[in-house]
Write a new protein. Sequence first.
Length: 271
Amino acid sequence: MAEQHTPRSLIVTLYGAYGRERQGPFPVAELIRLLAVLGVDAPSVRSSVSRLKRRGLLVPERTPDGAAGYALSPAARQLLDDGDRRIYARHAPQLSDGWVLAVFSVPEAERHKRHLLRSRLGRLGFGSAAPGVWIAPAWLYEETRHTLRRLQLDPYVELFRGEHLGFAATAEAVARWWDLGAIAKQHEEFLDLHEPVLRAWEARGEVPPRDAYRDYLPALDSWRQLPYIDPGLPSELLPQGWPGGRSAEVFARLHALLRDAGAEFVQLSSE
């Protein structure tokens, strides 16, 4: 199975993995060198950077030697910081933690914001409990609050915390609120692609920086989508044989093996 990575997504993943720890921006020439290792050509890098600039995620900034470069905007940094809690944390949600409810109402004159709200809540991992009522595990509250405020959607939304009191069994309700089959399929696809990579690395005796970077960044680019598709539901609400724990373990082991060696390659590319 071939895996598709867009240049724009790989650039965001690169900044998230390695861009926040460096002094100064990534020079454009360095971005081109780093993305070339992953098969992305220079025109694609330049056009993707331009799109990210228009979206307010990257800001132009000169390097100390005067070269053109791009740094993360404050909004992008907040977005990535929020994402770290999902991507790297091994969260073990409990049913007793409860839920966060997002209830929204949008005036007819601004109805275009209804689609934006539904789309954003879905991308945060919320399930749809009823028209205008969305639900997620309570641990997603802080990130939801940050995101809605950043997008200036908070005036249309009320957030509540609580527990499910019925009438359907909670596991049955969860199966209506989320498409668990589609989420499981995403985990299985991740495993099909990256579990063999992990096995190959664990059989090796060394970790060359360039090879580590080449395998780590696509794995991270794939994985960072999954904690948003899968909101991290308590295990007792999930079907038997749920693949989410296994895919999280595969990513965690790839991260432990490859991330720091990949950082060495990024550092060498900047020298």
